[in-house]
Design a protein. Structure first.
Length: 150
């Protein structure tokens, strides 16, 4: 899905959630839309594809951290709330890369960067990150890059 279509979709889904009295979806979409609005105000212009996916991934990561903290604090109620928000957010992200697809993409990036050792990992990541487009995290990619370069 193109992100130029994604922001209006988020806004329309928020209206639908308000009509349906879906509190979780409504709360989650409001948080995402406010994060998008904040990014647009900071940049002084509408956000592009990569930035929009970045915002969504950041929100997903925040929920994952919240789940971990809630579980450590033995607060099942907070963990469940964060889990339901996470499910809403993940429905807007593109399908994640399979292990094989991610590895193939990374091998291609290594070839383009001409990397042969871990010292050149930065160059590989620089080439790779724009291609991930919300389908894999930087952490996942860096682990595979390390494995392939070592």
């Amino acid at each position: 899905m193109k992100s130029m279509e994604l922001k209006p979709k988020l806004e329309n889904d928020l209206k639908d959630a308000m009509r349906a009295n879906d509190e979780v979806r409504k709360r989650t979409l409001r948080m995402v839309l406010s994060a998008i609005k904040l990014a647009e105000v900071d940049k002084g212009k509408p956000v592009d594809d990569a930035a929009l996916l970045g915002i969504l991934q950041k929100e997903v990561k925040m929920r994952q951290e919240a789940i971990g903290e809630a579980e450590r604090a033995k607060r099942a109620d907070l963990a469940a709330a964060a889990q339901s928000e996470l499910a809403v957010l993940e429905s807007y992200l593109p399908q994640p890369f399979s292990e094989a697809d991610l590895e193939a993409l990374i091998k291609e990036a290594i070839g383009e960067a001409g990397a042969t050792s871990l010292r050149e990992m930065g160059q590989v990541m620089k080439t790779l990150m724009p291609r991930l487009q919300g389908r894999a995290t930087g952490d996942q990619a860096s682990q595979v890059v390390r494995k392939l370069l070592s």
